[in-house]
Ligand binder design. Sequence first.
Ligand code: SF4
Length: 91
Amino acid sequence: MTRMPPRMTPFPTLNEDDLRRTADAVCYRSDPEAWFVDTGDREAVARVKSICAECPVRTACLEIALRTDEPHGIWGGMTPAERQRMKGAAA
Ligand code: SF4
């Protein structure tokens, strides 16, 4: 299987281990802009979340987004606001 290059990522601390863990990311083979939808657009958010739900690296993706406090885009099937709530609940 040919590995596609990572999507343009805003992850500030994406390291080699992260890259390896997310090598099978579904979004790497998709339009990266689709993951930076207006979170008020419920239809678009639901569409992206449904893709993330099937992604084999969803858990690793979410862990990275939480660790790096990624402020933009849908990662691991969660919006920035959902990730903030998750972090707040865990604190
Ligand atoms: S869970 Fe979603 S955002 Fe994360 S790598 Fe998979 S498709 Fe991309």
